[in-house]
Design a protein around this ligand. Structure first.
Ligand code: PGA
Length: 245
């Protein structure tokens, strides 16, 4: 799976244009699921522009309640009605700037499942945590707490995105060996909690400064099943190159 996280970028018309060009650029391509996550305001129109193409649509976040007095928030019901099949949950920017915690991430994953949305569940360590040799313990906690109380049969199609915080938008990509080491660890933790078969079925994406020049190397690793792409997903040709690597 190659997923494009557009973050807080693009005007309405630009978003529609971008997705149309991406769809044209990767038409007929087999063997890869492609997903785009536009800002909320653009979802319905992007869905319409996608027509019958197989590109999946994701929200960048969602609130855990279905509706109510939560000014400025967006619910799972809303993004489903706009045409989403997936939702990004727990992105490090949400954790860093909007006070999301493992507990709120867990509530949102539970709510996503209730709406039959596939969660793209993001985890990742900061530079300080990596330097303090805390990478694995941080990730273990994020995964354990994020999925707490959720049964494996509710996590069919689960996507996990490993995004080292120090690699997001910095131009510093984890080496393919660093990514593989973490992905293997994450799969091992999933196997311990849910069994090996389930762990094999989970797609673990790498995210953090993915670009056409490093995608092939990352994807050559056994446990790297795709990428979550930020900056490089905003330009159709660049994103298509990543999808087609
Ligand atoms: P980046 O962002 O590709 O711009 O580093 C990745 C992400 O935050 O999903």
């Amino acid at each position: 799976m190659i997923a494009g996280n557009w973050k807080m970028n693009l005007r309405f018309a630009e978003a529609v244009e971008l997705v149309k060009t991406i769809a044209g650029g990767i038409e007929g391509l087999e063997g890869v699921d492609v997903l785009v996550a536009p800002p909320f305001t653009h979802l319905a129109q992007v869905r319409q522009a996608l027509g019958t193409t197989k590109i999946f649509l994701a929200g960048q976040n969602m609130h855990s309640e279905m509706s109510g007095a939560y000014t400025g928030e967006i619910s799972g019901t809303m993004i489903v009605s706009a045409g989403c099949s997936h939702v990004i949950i727990g992105h490090s920017e949400r954790r860093q700037y909007f006070n999301e915690t493992d507990a709120t991430v867990n509530q949102r994953i539970v709510a996503a499942i209730r709406h039959k949305l596939v969660p793209v569940f993001c985890v990742g360590e900061t530079e300080a945590q990596r330097e303090a040799d805390a990478t694995f313990s941080v990730l273990d906690k994020q995964v354990t707490d994020g999925l707490q109380g959720i049964a494996s049969e509710d996590l069919v199609d689960l996507v996990i995105a490993y995004e080292p915080v120090w690699a997001i938008g910095t131009g510093k990509t984890a080496t393919s060996e660093q990514a593989q080491e973490v992905h293997q660890f994450l799969r091992g933790q999933l196997a311990k909690a849910y069994g090996a078969e389930f762990a094999q079925s989970v797609r673990i994406l790498y995210g953090g400064s993915v670009k056409p020049a490093n995608i092939a190397e990352l994807m050559s690793m056994a446990d790297v099943d795709g990428a979550l792409v930020g900056g490089a997903s905003l330009e159709a040709e660049t994103f298509s190159q990543i999808v087609k690597f």
